[in-house]
Ligand binder design. Structure first.
Ligand code: GRF
Length: 264
């Protein structure tokens, strides 16, 4: 099989999704090869999973970078090509009325971390980057340098809820606490917002009155392990295309959204 795509993964935790993707590459369900596993967390179990399969691993210690900046902000320089105004004009992570000092600190520290990520990734070129339980938002600094062709996004994420419901860090918990009767998971390309990028695939499960949070997480994770490899395989087969759609609503307003079309 000469047509395998090269895949890189970023993880923060145990890495069961990473494992599902590695296993799918080995079994041939995905025409791909995992070529690196990176993490923001030196203790991430996903790094060990990578090592077990002799996949190169690396860490960019976000906590250390953020702490270093808080201690000595004047001595911590953002990357040379960092342009705060440009980033602020693109990002959708903070509302424009939010505390400007906090925003500045956030985007400077993230750009420092992301420049390091880009440097490490440079050693292992990939077709696709998958976020597999990576608990950091990537900012426009990283996204624009990695997605060099905006019409062909190549960073995927898996989210533990049926987006656009329950974005954020605790999708299954939020689904449970809301009393939703259906839960699920979503794979999407990332954009400049949090869990807001074009949806590639979703799987759903029923929630009954006996279900605990743990039961919901278990049902959801099992579906994640199927969904993520399926979506990656669609990418490997070049069947994913992003298209900007625009609709005129009854009130005359235009609603536009970039969506994923899956070809047969
Ligand atoms: C998954 O539920 C994923 O949807 C979320 O974080 C969790 C990661 O689990 N983003 P694992 O590290 O893949 O086991």
């Amino acid at each position: 099989m000469g047509n395998k795509i090269k895949i890189g993964a970023l993880v923060s935790g145990g890495g069961t999704n990473l494992q599902a993707i590695i296993d799918s590459c080995i079994s041939g369900k995905v025409d791909g090869e995992m070529v690196f596993v990176g993490s923001d967390n030196p203790g991430a179990g996903g790094l060990k999973r990578g090592e077990k399969h002799s996949i190169p691993t690396f860490v960019v210690d976000y906590k250390k970078i953020i702490h270093g900046y808080k201690e000595k902000p004047e001595q911590t320089m953002p990357p040379e090509d960092f342009d705060l105004d440009e980033i602020l004009s693109k990002q959708h992570l903070f509302p424009s009325e939010s505390d400007s000092k906090r925003r500045r600190q956030y985007f400077i520290t993230r750009a420092i971390a992301e420049a390091e990520l880009l440097k490490k990734i440079h050693n292992h070129p990939v077709d696709l980057l998958v976020l597999a339980g990576f608990m950091r938002n990537l900012t426009p600094y990283f996204i624009d340098r990695f997605n060099t062709d905006p019409d062909h996004p190549r960073i995927m994420n898996i989210h533990p809820a049926l987006l656009p419901a329950f974005p954020g860090v605790d999708g299954y918990g939020d689904t449970f606490r809301y009393g939703a009767k259906v839960g699920g998971c979503t794979v999407h390309f990332i954009d400049y917002g949090e869990d807001s990028g074009p949806i590639i695939g979703q799987k759903a499960f029923s929630i009954t009155s006996d279900d605990t949070i743990e039961a919901i997480k278990e049902k959801g994770l099992r579906l994640e392990w199927e969904l993520y490899p399926e979506c990656i395989q669609l990418f490997a087969q070049r069947r994913l295309k992003t298209v900007k759609m625009a609709y005129r609503l009854e009130n005359g307003k235009i609603y536009s959204k970039t969506i994923v079309k899956i070809s047969k």
